[in-house]
Write a new protein. Structure first.
Length: 146
């Protein structure tokens, strides 16, 4: 069955729940996990005549801190469950591409991602990154819904 599961997280409550489900799945399959979060590279944003600038060093420090806070929740749960684990923080302008590249480079054979958990018409729509991963990945993707 599956031996290495990639667990992408953006730090949201729902992606964290999906990742924690992935940890339980890995435990039941005697698989290992790699948790991943993707941060957009620093850039200055200019809208018309207004520019919003966060100094690059501040951005990088905050991005790194936030990324490892997200990832540590998942790896701590994996450790508690006895699941072999790894975590990576990648800077990339396109999260779905980074997720697929990481799954390939780390030898993952399954990606577990969350969808939007809303009801009604919004509930029919998956998150845009999830849709892109589903569309472009050659590795199986399990979409977690609550």
């Amino acid at each position: 069955m599956f031996k290495h599961i990639l667990l992408p997280t953006d730090g949201s409550e729902f992606s964290e729940r999906a990742a924690l489900y992935g940890v339980k799945l890995a435990q039941s399959l005697n698989a290992r996990i790699t948790a991943i979060t993707v941060t957009a590279p620093w850039q200055a944003i200019a809208i018309g005549e207004v520019a919003v600038v966060v100094p690059e060093a501040d951005y990088e420090m905050r991005a790194e801190t936030n990324a490892w806070n997200f990832l540590n929740k998942i790896t701590d749960a994996a450790k508690a469950a006895g699941v072999p684990r790894n975590a990576v923080h990648i800077r990339h302008a396109s999260p779905y591409e980074a997720i697929i590249e990481a799954a390939n480079s780390h030898g993952c054979d399954l990606i577990v991602m969350g969808s939007h958990g809303r009801r009604g018409i919004a509930g029919l729509l998956l998150g845009s990154e999830t849709v892109r991963v589903l569309t472009h990945s050659k590795i199986p993707v399990l979409v977690y819904r609550e």
